[in-house]
Design a protein around this ligand. Structure first.
Ligand SMILES: Cc1cc2nc3c(=O)[nH]c(=O)nc-3n(C[C@H](O)[C@H](O)[C@H](O)COP(=O)(O)OP(=O)(O)OC[C@H]3O[C@@H](n4cnc5c(N)ncnc54)[C@H](O)[C@@H]3O)c2cc1C
Length: 332
C-alpha cells in the first residue's frame, strides 16, 4: 500500500485529527486495509504530545506524552495510514462521498469521515489576550513553553488536573509559581495533587480571578480580583492559562451532524454520528462527558474505524463514484 498522500485519490476514510483518538482510528483502519488519510492539523499529536508525563495509559507505566503519541503514529503508519500536516477548513458530502477542503485549498475525497479533532483551548477573554499569546508572555501550554521561563516568576490560571500537572512541571524551571484559581479548592487527580503539595516554590491563590494584563509590550504582571499580600497586582513574567477547552463544532456543523447543547458531537455507542458515513471520537464527542483521557479517545478511535469499515461494506464498491476520476482533473 502506498504511504504517499495522493490528492485526487478517493480514500476509504479521512481522519480529521492526529491526536490519540485519530491515530488509534488510523491504526485500526490501516489494519482493515482501508485507504486512510490523517489530516493532522496545526498540532500533530494533539494534547497527548504536550501532556508531559503520562502514567495512566495501560501497559506503558511512565512515558512522556510526546513519546507515547510518536509510537502511536509510527504504529498507524506501519499499517499503511498516510498523513498530511494540513488543517481541514470545511467538509461537504454528496452520495456517500465526502470532500474535505483544507486551509491550503486542497480537496481530499473519501467514502467515510472520522472527526477526531479534539477541542480548542479556552481563553480568559481579556483585552490583549491574542497579542500577548503571540510570544509575549502568555501561553496555553506549560509543557511547550514552561522551559522558556527558567529562573523567572510565573503564574498558572486554572484549578483542574492540567493546571496542577502544569504547576508541578513549571516548578522545576521557575523560581516561583502562583496557581490562580477561582475555586475554593483544586480538582486534580489525587496522585498529581500529592506531588503538587510537596512543592515548596508554589503559592495557590484561591477564589481569585485574573482581571487584567499588565505590561507593555510584554506581559509583566496581572491584576487580581482580590488582593494578595496587600496588593491586587501580581508581578509575573509568564502566565499560563489552563482552564480547560471548548468544542470546535464548525466541521461537524457544515456536514449537518447533530451536536449537543455544548457543541460536542453526538455519537452512538459505536461512534456513529447522526450523518451516515460520519463518525467521531475523542475529546470532541459528548459520549466522554467530562472524562477526557487518552485511553478513552484511543478506545473510541478503534470503535469509529470499525464502524466505518463495516459501513463501507454495506455501501459497496459504488460509494463515492462521483469523485473517482483521474488525479490530473483534481485541484492541486
Ligand atoms: C496538559 C494536559 C495533560 C493531560 N494529561 C493526561 C494524562 O496524563 N492522561 C490522560 O489520559 N489524558 C491526559 N490529558 C487529556 C488527553 O490528552 C486528551 O483527552 C486526549 O489528548 C484527547 O485526544 P483527541 O485525539 O481526542 O484530541 P487531541 O489530543 O486534542 O487531538 C486533536 C487533533 O486534531 C487536530 N485538529 C484540530 N482541528 C483540526 C482541523 N480542523 N483539521 C485537522 N486536524 C485538526 C489537532 O492538530 C490534533 O492533532 C491531558 C491533557 C492536557 C491538556
Amino acid at each position: 500500500m502506498s504511504t504517499e498522500v495522493q490528492p485526487g485519490t478517493v480514500y476509504d476514510t479521512i481522519i480529521v485529527g492526529g491526536g490519540a483518538a485519530g491515530l488509534s482510528a488510523a491504526l485500526y483502519a490501516g489494519r482493515y486495509l482501508m485507504k486512510t488519510l490523517v489530516l493532522e492539523g496545526a498540532a500533530p499529536g494533539g494534547d497527548t504530545a504536550v501532556a508531559w508525563i503520562v502514567e495512566n495509559y495501560p501497559g506503558v507505566p511512565h512515558v512522556d506524552g510526546f513519546e507515547l503519541i510518536r509510537r502511536m503514529r509510527e504504529q498507524a503508519a506501519g499499517f499503511g495510514a498516510t498523513f498530511a500536516s494540513e488543517e481541514a477548513a470545511g467538509a461537504s458530502s454528496e452520495q456517500h462521498c465526502f470532500t474535505v477542503r483544507t486551509k491550503g485549498g486542497t480537496d481530499y475525497y473519501s467514502k467515510t469521515l472520522i472527526l477526531a479533532h479534539g477541542e480548542k483551548h479556552r481563553h480568559l477573554g481579556l483585552p490583549r489576550e491574542g497579542e500577548l499569546a503571540n510570544g509575549k508572555g502568555l501561553s496555553y501550554c506549560v509543557t511547550c513553553d514552561g522551559p522558556l521561563y527558567k529562573g523567572k516568576i510565573i503564574a498558572i490560571v486554572g484549578g483542574g488536573d492540567s493546571s496542577v500537572k502544569g504547576a508541578v512541571l513549571a516548578a522545576r524551571y521557575a523560581t516561583h509559581v502562583y496557581l490562580i484559581t477561582m475555586e475554593h479548592e483544586l480538582h486534580a487527580e489525587p496522585v498529581n495533587l500529592e506531588e503538587f503539595k510537596r512543592l515548596e516554590n508554589v503559592t495557590v491563590l484561591y477564589d481569585t480571578v485574573v482581571t487584567e494584563f499588565k505590561g507593555e509590550p510584554r506581559l509583566a504582571g496581572v491584576k487580581l480580583s482580590r488582593s494578595h499580600e496587600g496588593t491586587d497586582e501580581l508581578a509575573v513574567e509568564g502566565l499560563f492559562v489552563e482552564i480547560g477547552e471548548v468544542p470546535s463544532p464548525e466541521l461537524a456543523r457544515s456536514l449537518g451532524v447533530a451536536l449537543d447543547e455544548h457543541g460536542l458531537i453526538e455519537v452512538d455507542p459505536m461512534m456513529k454520528t447522526s450523518v451516515d458515513g460520519v463518525y467521531a471520537c475523542g475529546d470532541t464527542v459528548n459520549e466522554t462527558g467530562s472524562f477526557k483521557q487518552i485511553v478513552v479517545g484511543a478506545a473510541q478511535g478503534a470503535l469509529a474505524a470499525t464502524s466505518a469499515y463495516r459501513d463501507l461494506g454495506m455501501h459497496g464498491g459504488n460509494a463515492c463514484a462521483i469523485h473517482a476520476r483521474p488525479a490530473a482533473h483534481q485541484p492541486a
